[in-house]
Design a protein around this ligand. Structure first.
Ligand code: ADP
Ligand code: ZN
Ligand code: ZN
Length: 723
């Protein structure tokens, strides 16, 4: 008998030992079913060791092994164990979150990829005469003469005919096993590369077969995707697999199409819209090598690959690569770790690289590849600041903005208006006494969604009908405070009655397929106004947009988050990058009440790359990341003072245990109360990563024994992107 240490999906920072009965065999990375209290849980074998007499007396045996070959490969186990340590998250939860839901439930792995139907010898020998009295069977028989048909492709109405043919033994079912994809032997044609692109491709190709991070800093429209495609091509001749991480796949269906159109190999997508069965199939296709390219959102990073040759992280600056709850990992950072374990190159691409990645490149840890011009030869759009204080403003648009919109539409082009607030208005207010409809559970106003006749809280999700009267003085004169995309849409329509207005935000694209429709309408349609939130900033290619209006940049200028300037510069550059991508030059109007603000001036005159390098110097002077490492404790409770007290205990412990580590807090979170809970934070800064992590381990271990720990919820966020 032996003892196995099993990682279980429970929020406890320990693993659990069980006895493995003689005769059963498991390996590290295999699933087992075990008793846990009154429940049965699926766990992952983490260690094997011989049993001693003591263990045999005290440990329970497992219920049954679920796999004979591991679902998690050795390299994945290494990656996940690194991640659990680095993010200080319970190992069991990390391991279990890396396998598809159906495997987590203990379902067996399907043994074949799909079922195909094929004519038997008798079926091949049959003639039309044999089936002429059964027209449906005849039709299916004729279809099968053209080649095998996958079970999934046979519609329900053909099933009876299929059954009949199977019974007559004219057709047989054959299992298609999972198998590595057939390699591509003929070179695929791509676009003729620009010099910058060609240099980038050759650097990536040269890095093949070893670990090498590369940062591809290419202005918007510089043809980064073409670089990825041509770097991938040689790998497909060797049967290697490629993982492409993208921020949000649903927003950019074009990306998937570009990969699938280029190569005659299986290109799969991995995202939250897949069913559990689709996920499992994709997971298995990656694991067996039958998928050549997987394009996926952050959790695709934990897919198992048979033969991974390259990882691409597109839009590496994007905050959605960071998981914001539970196991808070950064997919970009773990992608680099994974590439190191897989000994393959990893390409981080962006027009607006994160300061972290830029720092790594400037320090020589990443190889820097630059595309400084647009592939089309078109100039980057010209940025112009519009001073909202010096002009008449109508519906949030300055007079000169309106004039330029008119001119652009008259010339037959499209205009994009960016406003990062969905809904009709960010608040509903009383015109007589100034009362504002607040969320009862958060320290925030409720957003007015006029078309739904509702007030919604964008923080906790609660909603209520729009009140008829002021909650304070009873007046019925309730007015919108501020402007959201829904409002801008209704205001633009009468100003430009002949032009369609399309709105792109989470509300307008909720229905399945509606985003694709809207995108198609934009690409194929004539002059139109496109109003939207940051959904617009995500890598779209709209050839007819020549004017972009950023309606309000001021919100982000005075934030307490030290990353706010970086995020604003990225947003402006990305939104601006949608303008003038085809033959016609683009222009961007930035409306502001503070046009002299340093950040705006810098971006306008010098561009993102200059801004970013300057911002790095500032971070160095103020000792902020990436020059120091940051970890953030967040604590929340229904009782206001409990999180503060708990964090204060951490502070006291930290001050004695590691006086060199700089602490900030306890301070209130920017949103002080959310969903009824009071929220506090403690920031821990250190120049030594090892020193910081050692302290974090100590703090977590000590806090487990504190009575106060049971009265609140806390999380640790390592390298937070959102303070
Ligand atoms: P990015 O991802 O850098 O924003 P894309 O890869 O979307 O840029 O390319 C922008 C446009 O330029 C696309 O329409 C693409 O087909 C085109 N393009 C890219 N590379 C070339 C090239 N070498 N020659 C001509 N057109 C190109
Ligand atoms: Zn009132
Ligand atoms: Zn709320």
């Amino acid at each position: 008998m032996s003892v196995i240490r099993v990682a279980l999906p429970v929020p406890l920072r320990q693993s659990f030992d069980y006895l493995l009965p003689a005769g059963s065999e498991v390996k590290v990375g295999c699933r087992v079913l075990v008793p846990f209290g009154k429940r049965e849980l699926v766990g992952i074998v983490w260690q094997l060791q011989p049993a001693d007499a003591y263990a045999e007396d005290t440990l329970k045996p497992i219920i049954e092994p679920l796999d004979s070959t591991p679902v998690l490969s050795e390299r994945l186990c290494q990656l996940l164990s690194f991640a659990a340590d680095y993010y200080h998250h319970p190992l069991g939860e990390v391991l279990i979150s890396a396998i598809p839901a159906l495997l987590r439930e203990g379902k067996p792995l399907p043994s074949c990829q799909s079922l195909n139907y094929q004519l038997t010898q008798a079926g091949l020998a049959a003639t039309e005469m044999d089936l002429q009295r059964a027209p449906k069977q005849l039709a299916l028989w004729q279809q099968l003469q053209q080649g095998d048909v996958a079970a999934d492709d046979i519609p329900a109405e053909q099933r009876p005919a299929l059954r009949a043919l199977l019974q007559k033994q004219l057709v047989a079912a054959i299992e298609v096993p999972f198998a590595p994809y057939p390699v591509i032997t003929t070179a695929s044609a791509g676009l003729k590369l620009t010099t910058d692109q060609a240099l980038a491709v050759s650097a990536i190709v040269q890095a093949q077969g070893r670990f090498q991070p590369l940062l591809l800093e290419g202005v918007t429209g510089s043809g980064k995707t073409e670089v990825y495609l041509q770097s991938i091509a040689p790998l497909l001749a060797e049967g290697k697999q490629v993982l492409v991480l993208v921020p949000e796949i649903g927003l950019t269906p074009q990306t998937l199409a570009r990969f699938a159109d280029r190569f005659a190999v299986p290109v799969l997508s991995w995202h939250s819209g897949l069913t559990d069965t689709e996920r499992l199939r994709c997971w298995q296709q990656a694991a067996t090598g039958s998928a050549a390219i997987v394009i996926g959102t952050r959790s695709a990073l934990f897919l198992r690959f048979a033969n991974l040759g390259l990882i691409v992280v597109d839009e590496e600056h994007d905050a959605s690569l960071k998981q914001q709850d539970g196991f808070r990992y950064h997919a970009r950072d773990l992608a680099i770790k994974r590439a190191a374990l897989e000994r393959c190159p990893v390409v981080l691409g962006s027009a607006t690289p994160s300061l972290e990645s830029l720092h790594n490149a400037l320090q020589g840890r990443f190889q820097l590849l630059t595309l400084s011009n647009r592939a089309s030869g078109q100039q980057l759009p010209q940025l112009e600041l519009i001073n909202l204080q010096q002009q008449p403003v109508q519906f949030g648009l300055a007079e000169s903005t309106i004039q330029q919109i008119k001119k652009t539409l008259q010339q037959g082009f499209q205009v994009m208006l960016f406003l990062n607030r969905r809904g009709f208005a960010p608040a509903l207010s009383c015109d007589e006494c100034g009362w504002v409809a607040d969320c009862q559970r958060c320290d925030a106003s409720m957003t007015w969604h006029k078309s739904d006749r509702q007030l919604n809280c964008h923080h906790c999700g609660s909603s209520r009908p729009v009140p008829r009267q002021c909650g304070h003085c009873g007046s019925t004169r309730l007015v919108p405070l501020g402007q959201g995309t829904e409002q801008l849409e209704t205001q633009l329509q009468p100003m430009f009655p002949d032009v369609p207005v399309v709105r792109l935000d989470r509300d307008s694209t909720r229905r399945k397929g509606s985003l694709a429709e809207a995108l198609q309408h934009i690409t194929e349609g004539g002059p139109q106004l496109i109003v939207g939130t940051q959904m617009l900033a995500k890598g779209h290619h709209f050839p007819k947009v020549t004017l972009v209006v950023i309606v309000d940049v001021d919100g982000a200028l005075f934030s307490s988050d030290f990353r706010a300037p970086e995020q604003l510069a990225q947003l402006i550059t990305q939104v601006a990058g949608r303008a003038g991508r085809a033959q016609h030059a683009g222009k961007v109007l930035l409306q502001s009440r503070y046009p002299d603000h340093g950040i705006l001036q810098d971006i306008i005159h010098n561009g993102y790359d200059s801004f970013a390098r300057l911002a790095l110097t500032e971070r160095q002077q103020t000792l902020l990341p990436p020059y120091q490492f940051l970890a953030l404790f967040r604590a929340e409770s229904h009782q206001d003072d409990v999180p503060r007290q708990w964090l204060q205990q951490l502070v006291e412990l930290a001050q004695t245990a590691a006086p060199a580590i700089q602490l900030l807090g306890p301070i209130r979170a920017p949103l002080e109360r959310k969903a009824g809970k009071y929220r506090w934070q403690l920031h821990c800064y250190s120049a030594s990563r090892a020193g910081l992590h050692q302290l974090l381990d100590q703090l977590i271990a000590a806090s487990q024994g504190w009575p106060l720990s049971r009265k609140l919820r806390w999380q640790l966020d390592v390298d937070p992107v959102d303070l």
